[in-house]
Design a binder for this molecule. Sequence first.
Ligand code: ZN
Length: 213
Amino acid sequence: MLKCDFGNLARDVQRLEQAGAELLHWDVMDGRFVPNLSYGAMVIAALAQRTDLASEAHLMIEDADRYLDEYVQAGCDWITIHIEAGKDPRGTLRRIRAAGCWAGLALNPGTPAERLRPYLEDVDSVLVMSVEPGFGGQRFIPSSLEKLQEVRGLVGPDKLVAIDGGIGPETIAACAAAGADVFVAGSAIFDRPDFRPALDELSALARESHRGR
Ligand code: ZN
């Protein structure tokens, strides 16, 4: 949702729902873990009430543990924290699951896939950042494809692997082939006048490539 029209958030959520989106991905930034601010639990709560779509909070914040309850109460179904942030990712992941949400762990581009190994039992999903976190509209980092393959190998077939950053018609098929099954797209949808053809095109490319995996 980082690339949506912030003056028309409710309208954009409705447009996404009508266009067949499967999930709202909220990039939460604190100006510390990443050099930018976005929105927080209050905004997500207000929008989650207006849609049947599931919400994922991608917390790019230093102290996710401290603010976790707010995102649970905001109606998030899925909460993803960064392995590079906070002292105790395991404790936070367990709290997310105990609250009845899916627990995700995100890796920055410079963080090796191996760092996941101690947390495999505690995650429902892994999110691979394919740009440096903090800003929308960046170009996909090509080495993210190898990272996706490594992550898929580590987590096995049953957990979700998400890719976030620079996802569009040029990159989505390769990501699906490399092991991703959740695709976070911003500019590729919001920069188009009509969301449905953008989503249909991305879905078709991902499905086709996923079948060949
Ligand atoms: Zn994100």
